[in-house]
Design a binder for this molecule. Structure first.
Ligand code: GEM
Ligand code: ZN
Length: 378
């Protein structure tokens, strides 16, 4: 049996592979940071029909301890179809096994969104009506951070921003962007037409390409958590955020969505700006309306489970959502999708998935369309 992770978003260390019933592995921490949780590796040289067991021995020391109960790893024979493999968190280790159908199998924390798929998405997006590669930032290692603009009406007043995967292990975030961008291809979509009549879209499908490529959970090459850098972004340590902030200041922001995944909570939810200084009844109304419309639309989304609400004035303004909401006095949300499942509509075979993330991206456009006329007092 050969185990490898020296590829895009790979992450694993082999401790002892001598017992195929219990291969001992460990998750490698992010470079320049102690965070870890994301794993992704390939196993080759297997006998179809045989059962193999894998043990992530340091899972109990990972960044989010409550992530593993109720969690099941994903596997794929072809890197296209991913399915859950029953997993157990026992004695600080995450254990899963598979009766393999193929000689090779990939395992991951979540269905990976590869850099190759990213490059294809950026290429496809530029062929959409009204689309352009508006600007390109650079990560510390020099990877492109593409900012796409979709503008179909030169008179459109509103600027709607969506950014994804600040946390590189949260691959569902770029699946969400892929779904959203797919919907932009439709030519007979009345909601979309209404939205783009009034607003331009500014999209950053991947904020942290170095971290994603390196198989990080949470940080960039410098070990910085980009979602704690929005009051102190620097060209040296967090050029990814620095770039997007510069662009936002040049363009303006009327609605901001920051797309994430949550390790622990088995539901899709949103976190708003209620703790910001200057949080107003207007913003509160907009937040409530956004959430209600997403529920009414039938999206996989709910408002019962989520993060504790911030006390008034107690927001951490180093977070993108709070920083942007504060600076631009606009509706701003962190959208969280689960690594586990959306327990409101569980699907044990896939759990939360790339496809479900894509659908949520499409659904969010409907809500943006319904709200675009109210984002600013006229
Ligand atoms: C988040 S976002 C936390 C938002 N919290 C509140 N109260 N507004 C983070 O950056 O830690 C979770 C995530 O990474 O997905
Ligand atoms: Zn996140």
């Amino acid at each position: 049996m050969q185990i490898s992770s020296n590829f895009d978003s790979g992450n694993i260390e082999v401790i002892d592979a001598s017992n195929p019933k219990q291969v001992l592995l460990a998750i490698r921490p992010d470079l320049n940071s102690a965070h870890f949780q994301w794993f992704h590796f390939k196993v080759e040289g297997l006998q179809p029909g045989q059962r193999y067991g894998f043990s992530l021995s340091n899972a109990g020391q990972s960044s989010y301890k409550n992530a593993w109960s109720g969690y099941h790893a994903v596997a794929s024979y072809d890197q296209v179809n991913w399915f859950r493999v029953p997993s157990r968190f026992e004695d600080g280790a995450l254990n899963f096994d598979i009766e393999t159908q193929q000689a090779q199998v990939w395992f991951a924390y979540f269905e990976p969104f590869s850099r190759a798929r990213h490059d294809q998405l950026i290429e496809d997006a530029q062929r959409l009506a009204g689309a352009e590669l508006f600007a390109t930032g650079r990560s510390i290692e020099g990877r492109a951070i593409e900012l796409l603009r979709i503008s179909r009406n030169p008179q459109a007043q509103r600027k709607i921003w969506l950014i994804a995967q600040q946390h590189p292990g949260e691959h569902m975030a770029e699946w969400f962007m892929q779904g959203l961008i797919e919907r932009l291809q439709l030519t007979d979509d009345a909601e979309l037409s209404a939205l783009l009549e009034q607003a331009d879209l500014y999209l950053v499908p991947n904020m942290n390409p170095d971290g994603a490529f390196r198989g990080h959970l949470r940080t960039n090459y410098a070990g910085r958590d980009l979602n704690r850098a929005w009051q102190s972004a620097s060209e040296a340590d967090s050029p990814e955020v620095y770039f997007v902030q510069q662009q936002m200041r040049a363009v303006g922001v009327d609605l901001f969505l920051d797309i994430h995944g949550d390790e622990e909570i088995p539901h899709v939810f949103a976190a708003g700006c209620e703790g910001n200084p200057g949080y107003s009844p207007r913003l509160e109304r907009l937040e409530e309306q956004f959430k209600q419309l997403l529920v009414q639309h039938g999206a996989e989304f709910q408002t019962v489970f989520g993060y504790p609400r911030d006390e008034p004035g107690q927001a951490n303004t180093t977070l993108a959502c709070n920083a942007v909401g504060l600076e631009f006095d606009c509706l701003a949300f962190t959208i969280e999708m689960p690594f586990k499942d959306h327990d409101d509509r569980p699907d044990p075979s896939t759990g939360w998935s790339g496809a479900r993330s894509m659908q949520l991206g499409k659904d969010v456009l409907s809500v943006a369309a319904a709200m675009v006329g109210q984002l600013r007092d006229q």
